[in-house]
Design a protein around this ligand. Structure first.
Ligand code: UDP
Ligand code: MG
Length: 243
């Protein structure tokens, strides 16, 4: 936190950024508008995951103009899970909302997500109408099906980054590279209550997706096997007596 002017925010928006220069100003203005309308204390926490396209300069300028904004900068690109972990650890809010920096998630969905969090530990978005190309839509559908089958899970759209969490719940899990795709399952394994709500989706207009079939399919399948193993081998016992 920087300075006495800022009280402890209730809501931290955590946004991983890797080469998203041309999306950041619009994202910031949409987020500021939505968060002002909610009225709770908030911070917008951008995690710059080693961007090389000048995103750092844009973030610095935005931060100079808005006291709600914080920027955590990673020394070098470490991946989306690492960026999110750094954001979770730095977040001051009791509630953490995650979204992508590429404007594909709609900030206007945030109030509904927060409402849905009441009485739950996490709320995860389900993109009703994906605004991605056919290859991505089909591969995501197959991936969700396989993921749910192999890990005995029911989450419809784990790839949707728009999610809201109680920070206390996030503190209970340890992230590994790639695990941002399994947050709902990891939380459920810790006994957290997770629900799903439909959210919007928008096309990516600037910058490029960081994933394609090549760098997502095999790694996320290996991660799935790890999660399946963890779920199966989770310690389950009851202490009957301890005298
Ligand atoms: N991202 C990141 N580090 C990476 C890859 C991606 O911080 O190594 C960020 C990226 O800038 C975006 C989010 O993670 O905010 C999701 O990435 P992307 O939009 O490329 O994924 P897609 O929506 O295509 O699945
Ligand atoms: Mg995206």
């Amino acid at each position: 936190m920087n300075g006495a002017t800022r009280s402890r925010p209730g809501i931290s928006l955590v946004i991983p950024v890797y080469n998203e220069r041309d999306n950041l100003a619009q994202l910031h203005s949409e987020l500021a508008r939505v968060m002002r309308s909610i009225g709770d204390a908030y911070e917008i926490l951008f995690v710059d995951d080693g961007s090389t396209d000048g995103s750092d300069r844009v973030l610095r300028d935005l931060r100079a103009a808005d006291g709600h904004l914080r920027v955590v900068t990673l020394a070098r690109n470490a991946g989306q899970s690492a960026a999110m972990d750094a954001g979770f650890k730095s977040a001051a809010g009791e509630i953490v909302v995650t979204l992508d920096a590429d404007l594909q998630n709609d900030p206007a969905d945030i109030p509904r997500l927060l409402e849905a969090l009441s009485g739950w530990d996490a709320v995860v978005g389900v993109r009703r109408e994906r605004r991605d190309n056919l290859v991505r839509r089909v591969s995501s559908r197959v991936a969700n099906y396989v993921r749910n089958r192999l890990s005995d899970e029911t989450i419809a759209d784990t790839g949707c980054s728009l999610k809201a969490f109680r920070r206390a719940s996030l503190s209970r899990i340890v992230l590994y590279d790639g695990m941002h795709r399994f947050l709902p399952t990891l939380l459920k394994m810790e006994g957290c209550r997770v629900r799903e709500v439909p959210v919007g989706h928008r096309p990516r207009l600037h910058g490029e997706s960081k994933y394609g079939i090549g760098n997502r399919l095999l790694p996320s399948f290996m991660d799935l096997l790890a999660v399946r193993w963890m779920k199966r081998r989770k310690l389950r016992y009851e202490v009957k007596d301890d005298i």
